[in-house]
Design a protein around this ligand. Sequence first.
Ligand SMILES: C[S@@+](CC[C@H](N)C(=O)[O-])C[C@H]1O[C@@H](n2cnc3c(N)ncnc32)[C@H](O)[C@@H]1O
Length: 283
Amino acid sequence: MMPAVVRILAALLAGYITIGGACAQGSAPAVTADVTPHIGQVSKDSVWVPTPERLIRRMLQLADTTRDDVVMDLGSGDGRVPIYAARHFGSRAVGVELEANLVRLSLDKARAQGVAHLTRFIEQDLFEVDLTQASVITLYLSPGAMVKLKPRLLALKPGTRIVSHQFTLEDWEPDETVRVEGRTGMLWLVPSDVRGNWALSMPGDALRIGIEQQHQALRTSGTRAGQTANVIGARLRGTEISFTAFDRNGHSRQFHGRVEGARMSGESFSEGGGALPWSATRE
Ligand SMILES: C[S@@+](CC[C@H](N)C(=O)[O-])C[C@H]1O[C@@H](n2cnc3c(N)ncnc32)[C@H](O)[C@@H]1O
């Protein structure tokens, strides 16, 4: 055990510590600084229980993780998720962990597994870190922590992928769910904001489309030259939108496109009619 005076000094110095190329920084003094890590150890928003490797792999696959991603594990325990992302997906990866003993263990493991240059461990409260640098966020926390995190996750850049082991985001339904060894992994894509009225144009046609939105669930209505036009089956997956609209002759056409702020654009297809480009702007 570390003497009390050393513990106090360690807490004071917790602002910035660099170990072997990886860095640990933070504002909250750890409660387990001199304790050997043990499964079940208690922290602020969750106890430490590790995710099995097979589920980590599946969750990172679900998020389509690549070497271009920055993976951030909020409440990173012994660092196994960032280390796995770096070793097997080539990603840069950040672990945020409040407990000093687990941060130390993560740094040791990252070095031993040859990924210290790709990983970073931050000793800090996960509710105080900037999440905007991450393109993939991984979670295994508690129901209460998920409730608190939800508004911050929804405010992230559209298309950011969020994967959680076990815990849901209340009424924000996952885009995909997997089961591995009796455990659940879920994926959410931060949805673009598509609420409002859109003027859509394409060769030979123009439509006005109204969209109501609750997370990724959409309700649409349409008009063409002041007459009701059927726009149905709208789906939003991050920044990708798709829907079906019917032309003047009652023939259906599938629209697929990408949302970029106040503009959407893509291609549309009708049976036997070939592809036509379309674009829409928010009114
Ligand atoms: C269930 S464990 C998950 C560990 C790791 N993500 C995994 O999947 O193997 C949750 C971790 O979150 C940490 N934790 C709890 N509250 C935290 C907070 N407010 N800020 C940072 N870490 C926290 C705990 O110390 C614990 O290591």
